[in-house]
Design a protein around this ligand. Sequence first.
Ligand code: DX5
Ligand code: ZN
Length: 223
Amino acid sequence: MKHLIAPSVLAANFAKLYDDIQMVNKSEADWFHIDIMDGVFVPNISFGFPVMQAIAKHAEKPLDVHLMIVDPDRYLTACKESGAEIITVHYEACTHLHRTLAAIKELGCKAGVALNPHTPVSLLRDVIQDVDLVCLMSVNPGFGGQKFIDRTYAKISDLRTMAAGINDALLIEIDGGVGDKNAALLLEVGADVLVAGSSVFSAESPTEAIRSLKNVVHGAQQV
Ligand code: DX5
Ligand code: ZN
């Protein structure tokens, strides 16, 4: 499968959000990555469901929603009703993760789980067959524009090994500090979905930045 590119709307120009949505629609991007924060799970607040609904109204590609909130069960229905196709919750924010993943699937969405940089992939062993996507945070969640954490490469291969034969359709998504410099190696070690915020929206041509990420040649390592 060719890898997927999910531009993170967090880095868009909120005063011209419609233009940025159209840019993503017309680009080679696959998904919209939507970061929802509550100021509790992460030390920042982004935007909520009314803004997401406005995005969904114009987006022509799936909304990949990353919930950085405590006790996300409270908002799964609202998230689905606001246009989510993929809902990702944080391992660290769920007391009953298995139940939460089942609830996401019952809503008809794809279920994802995100891991903070300090959380080992081995903790997913008993739910790996129940998830559609694992989002490995390659920065501490809460802010765009941070430096990529190199330990992520090893986590990707560990996760791929762990999922082999159990969930071969698992999508491994990488979120934080992703750009032209690390994309090839991330794909080489097993990533399927690259989230990119600042490397896309701060580029001179965001459309070209997306094209470049989408057309990275696997194996062309450039660390
Ligand atoms: C961070 C968010 C990311 C963020 C990535 O908490 O989950 O999706 O937008 O931004 P960049 O690509 O700038 O690191
Ligand atoms: Zn995110």
